[in-house]
Design a protein around this ligand. Structure first.
Ligand code: SF4
Length: 768
């Protein structure tokens, strides 16, 4: 058996003991970490080597080889000193014992490998802690002989080997099962084979793929099946199935169960607030009982989880975690290292601190990535890489923060007021786009991070919730500020403060997430992005950062034009200035359609305000037609109640907002939904921010209006209309209510298989 493991992974596995401790000591960003390593190296002499590749085998008998490798941070041959450099913020005394033990384990393993490679009889090991704020080094050293280090190395390997042997057996069994994997149905659905073949080809050729495939052809199974089949043939370590909506996760887990690929281990990752058992506590042993002794009990829980295998969804993880008195959320994070398929949110791979991306890099995995409903990644990507700070929060803290931080917040307020004065001299505007991030304010924000971190060192009780929220926001803002370039906007939005005077919010808005998403695609062996709405392909290719020459595939819809009447109400305008005039015609059209063909309908509007206006007028004029509506900030049970009204053979109209929770990802086949009214083009509101996006996107890609307004709007329209036809048996009608739907550039964005007709003055409409 041959097994490879990185030094860090080996030590994380063997050195963990004691409590989980996620007391908030913010780690430096990747950029700060790199700069810190460079700074330390620059301070060393000529005999200092950086980033030394080291590797060595442990072979207890002829049948087993464990290869351990990695890069040691630095070695000074003149001093015979091996260094492991760690950048940090705040007081080193607050570092947990198990973190310190992990650092020692790492440098000792590197020491053993170095002694072997350079035939040394011993070496001084040094842990160099560099404080990012003060740039001061704290150094811990120990002298170790080669024999001591070798014994330590062998002990670590021995402890890991039992696990590694079991993992190697699992990998062989998994790959053997996947080689024989069969599609769980006798035939593919129309279009599903084409889709599956394209996904398999992408994995075989180590490429990305952008794929538009209609609803109803079984995209989830059609992408999972070929990716799993490709895993053994292309030596893939892991498969990540990522969604932007929770409903997509459930579908993926069911499809994986259907595929019956035992002993495949499938893990569901959920957000911390969904898995936490003690939301009123903090994640460290002094506060939460499930953090106390976490690492002592983790090995047993881990063993049980992998032995059980199969589907480790939220419920299964909770069951195992609680049986071992450990936190389910952090058990899930640990198991991400040992599961073959991880089903999670797009954040888990794409955001700034994405765990799955981090593991892919540190473990050097070959991964396949499937991104479901990938059209959402444009907006989600922008949100992940954007940040905003509101001056009001800092003004409050200036008055309420602990005395030791008073100066910090007064300094920020001073800089902010000066900025307002410079950018908003006569109170003439509510919005101003800035060329660059204001340097003096940014410097005050950086100082604040350093000072709050210092303060935390003396305050074991931590920060109150307002201060800790601001601290998080500051850290995120400064991290995004490091990325700021032409793909971002920086702006100030002004308003009148409660005590008079001007206050503002400072935002860094990511406009083009492509450059930040691109490294994630580059690291994957293959990535497939799929959705029913990815047109036009150049828009998504430009904004998502897929590698050049990424193929685009459009799978033909299995539906025929006869299944769906698409009617354009060309004498109604839903423009803001025509809203009042549109209320009666829209209500009349809906009532006519309902009377001609009673059944369940969805009606979509651009905003809650518009929805309410139409609903009120409709109810007055047609009180006998049952209606129900989407509420603002609807709870999960309320959403389920809304959908439960769509019974087969039911009757009525559900009012919803386009682009909201009922505009995509819901499945109401057959008579549960026979038609939709879409009274908007879905165009984002015209406001200074969107106009800034238009200008920037125009400068980069040439068509700012389409990239900002038209494409995102029509994508939502097509998604919403897609709720009506879910299977080849479904029949229905969609009313596109606005004269602009007749424009050539708009019609071009509607699905090819739709046959539209233009209706004026609402003749009686009927279904076949
Ligand atoms: S149960 Fe909640 S508070 Fe406790 S460690 Fe887990 S996530 Fe943290």
């Amino acid at each position: 058996m041959n097994y490879r493991v990185a030094v860090r992974a080996l030590c994380e596995f063997t050195a963990g003991t004691g409590d989980l401790d996620h007391r908030f000591t913010p780690s430096p960003s990747a950029r700060e970490g790199i700069a810190g390593h460079q700074l330390v190296a620059a301070r060393r002499g000529e005999s200092y080597e950086s980033e030394i590749s080291l590797s060595g085998d442990y072979q207890p008998d002829e049948s087993v080889i464990l290869t351990v490798g990695g890069r040691a941070d630095g070695y000074d041959s003149a001093a015979n000193r091996l260094e492991e450099i760690k950048t940090h913020r705040g007081d080193l005394a607050r570092m947990s014992d198990n973190q310190r033990a992990l650092h020692w384990a790492q440098v000792r393993v590197y020491g053993a490998l170095l002694c072997r490679a350079r035939e040394l009889e011993g070496v001084t090991l040094a842990l160099v802690y560099l404080d990012i704020a003060s740039q001061r080094e704290s150094v811990l050293t120990e002298w170790s002989t080669r024999a001591e280090l070798e014994a330590f190395f062998e002990d670590q390997c021995e402890r890991f080997l039992i696990w590694a042997a079991q993992e190697a057996v699992h990998r062989r069994a998994r790959d053997a099962a996947l080689e024989k994997l069969v599609f769980p149905y006798t035939t593919f659905r129309s279009g599903q084979r084409e889709l599956a073949e394209a996904v398999y080809k992408a994995a075989s050729t180590q490429r990305c793929l952008l794929m538009q495939a209609p609803t109803g052809i079984g995209k989830t199974l059609g992408t999972l099946f070929p990716q799993l089949a490709a895993m053994p043939r292309h030596n893939l370590d892991r498969l990540f199935y990522l969604t932007a909506k929770t409903t997509g996760r459930g579908l993926a887990l069911s499809a994986l169960e259907h595929l019956d690929a035992k002993p495949l281990r499938v893990l569901e990752l959920v957000a911390r607030d969904k898995a936490c058992e003690h939301p009123d506590k903090a994640c460290h042993g002094e506060s939460c009982p499930l953090a106390r002794g976490f690492y002592d009990r983790l090995p047993e829980a881990r063993r049980q989880a992998v032995a059980q295998g199969g589907r480790l969804d939220q419920a299964a993880l909770r069951h195992i975690a609680l049986a071992h008195d450990i936190c389910p959320y952090y058990l899930g994070q640990e198991l991400a290292r040992w599961c073959d398929v991880v089903v999670g949110d797009v954040n888990h791979y794409f955001d700034l601190n994405a765990m799955l991306f981090g593991l892919t890099l540190t473990q050097q995995w070959r991964v396949g990535v499937l991104v479901d409903e990938a059209h959402n990644l444009v907006e989600r990507g922008r949100r992940m890489y954007s940040a905003q700070l509101d001056q009001a929060a800092f003004k409050r803290l200036r008055r309420q923060a602990p005395e030791a931080l008073g100066k910090t917040f007064r300094r920020i307020d001073r800089q902010w007021n000066a900025l307002n004065k410079a950018e908003h001299p006569k109170g003439s505007t509510t919005y101003r786009e800035l060329e660059a991030i204001p340097a003096k304010l940014l410097s005050a924000l950086h100082k604040a991070i350093a000072e709050i971190t210092e303060y935390l060192a003396d305050e074991p009780a931590g920060l109150d919730s307002a201060l800790s929220q601001t601290y998080f926001d500051l850290l995120h803002f400064c991290r995004v500020a490091e990325l700021f370039d032409k793909q971002f906007l920086c702006d100030l939005s002004f308003r009148c403060g409660r005590r008079g005077g001007t206050i503002s919010a400072l935002a860094l808005r990511n406009v083009v997430p492509a450059t930040l998403l691109a490294p994630r695609f580059a690291v994957s062996h293959t990535s497939v992005l799929f959705s029913a709405t990815l047109s036009p392909s150049r828009y998504y290719a430009d904004l998502l950062g897929l590698p050049e020459r990424t193929p685009w595939l459009e799978v033909e819809a299995p539906f025929v034009a006869d299944q769906l009447e698409v009617r354009i109400a060309a004498d109604v305008s839903t423009r803001f200035r025509h809203r009042q005039a549109s209320l009666d015609p829209i209500g009349e059209l809906m009532a006519q359609q309902f009377r001609a063909q009673p059944g369940n309908y969805l009606a979509f509007f651009s905003s809650f305000d518009y929805l309410e206006q139409v609903l009120e007028r409709f109810h007055e004029s047609h009180p006998s037609i049952p209606v129900w509506r989407q509420e603002r900030r609807m709870s999960e049970p309320a959403r389920q109640d809304f959908l439960a009204r769509f019974e087969a053979r039911g009757q009525g109209i559900g009012f919803a907002v386009l682009g909201g929770v009922f505009g995509e990802g819901i499945d109401l086949p057959g008579e549960r939904l026979i038609g939709a009214f879409i009274a908007t083009l879905g165009l984002p509101q015209i406001n200074p921010v969107n106009e800034g996006f238009k200008q920037r996107l125009g400068a980069i890609f040439g068509d700012g209006y389409a990239y900002t307004y038209l494409y995102p709007g029509l994508q939502k329209v097509v998604q919403a209309a897609g709720r009506v036809i879910r299977t080849r048996e479904d029949r229905g009608v969609v009313h596109l209510i606005d004269d602009r739907f007749n424009r050539p550039e708009v019609r071009e964005l509607l699905p090819d298989w739709w046959q539209t007709s233009t209706v004026r003055s609402f003749p009686l409409l009927s279904l076949q």
